[in-house]
Ligand binder design. Structure first.
Ligand code: PAF
Length: 281
């Protein structure tokens, strides 16, 4: 499996696929797990060639410490991708090259969804994500690009990005992949101790409880229920829990029968920040 470090050599390798063939892209920051592999498998089914980009994007981290601690192991990632059947190219560019010499974010307006939830707690995060996804989409020029619903807000941001940047690419959202314990798969799980891993199962359990009770509980009661569950846990700290309108991602205070809602959560296990979400109706 070949790792391409620059857009020139990647473009050459993609030439035979440009006419009459389909190219899929999975943007990742590496530390690949089965959640990523599910995206790659979906992309391999839909396309003739799949590019997996591996790039830890500095502009989307609001905390330097988080960027430094982000797990990186290109060899492991390559070996994992090599277990799959199909044409996979790995694109692992240098930051300075990918960013055309200027490693900074564009200022985007994504119709206000950038200011909700993750946007409130991680300043500048979505500008960084938008900037790097735009750069990757322009380097690879895929027919479709795949994103997991674990980062549901990011998926909606990317959909807006392609409208803003007028990019001819289909954005495909894929379901969250979970451990047997229910914990959503994430590269950050690698940083959890055994005790934290066990404790973190409360995240999905609580979301499932809210989903089950949503029809009969007011939103403020759902919020109170979640706060209580996390207050009782010594290993986890709730950063936010929100029921939000699926379209606008605005916090919902009251339910309306003609609207779709999703619950979103962010939790700290020690220094490790975990997010998850679930459809409610
Ligand atoms: O979800 C991620 O891993 C990153 O936010 C992405 C989309 C690869 C951009 O750096």
């Amino acid at each position: 499996m070949i790792v391409y470090n620059d857009r020139g050599s990647l473009s050459k390798a993609l030439l035979p696929f440009r006419l009459h063939k389909k190219i899929g892209l999975i943007p990742t920051m590496g530390a690949l797990h089965n959640g990523h592999l599910a995206l790659v498998k979906q992309a391999l089914e839909d396309n003739d060639c799949v590019v997996v980009s591996i790039f830890v994007n500095p502009t989307q981290f609001d905390k330097e410490a988080d960027l430094i601690k982000y797990p990186r192991n290109l060899n492991l990632d390559v070996n994992l991708l090599a277990t799959l059947e199909g044409t996979i190219l790995i694109y692992a560019p240098e930051a300075i090259q990918l960013y055309h010499g200027n490693i900074s974010s564009n200022n985007y307006s994504f119709g206000n969804i950038e200011n909700e939830m993750e946007g409130k707690y991680r300043k500048g995060h979505f500008d960084g994500v938008g900037t790097v996804v735009n750069l990757l989409l322009r380097d690879v020029e895929p027919n479709s690009a795949y994103f997991g619903e674990k980062d549901f807000q990011q998926l909606q941001i990317v959909r807006k990005l392609v409208e803003i940047e007028k990019l001819a690419v289909e954005i495909v959202g894929c379901p969250i992949v979970r451990e047997e314990s229910g914990l959503a798969m994430s590269s950050r799980n690698k940083r959890l101790s055994a005790v934290q891993l066990e404790a973190a199962t409360l995240i999905n359990k609580t979301l499932l409880e809210v989903q089950q009770k949503f029809q009969h509980l007011s939103i403020s009661k759902c919020n109170a229920l979640v706060e209580e569950r996390f207050l009782k846990n010594n290993h986890l700290t709730l950063e936010y829990f929100e029921v939000a309108n699926v379209k606008t991602l605005k916090t919902a205070k009251h339910k309306f029968s003609n609207k779709d809602y999703r619950a979103f959560i962010a939790v700290f296990a020690g220094q490790v920040r975990l997010i998850d979400n679930i459809a409610l109706n």
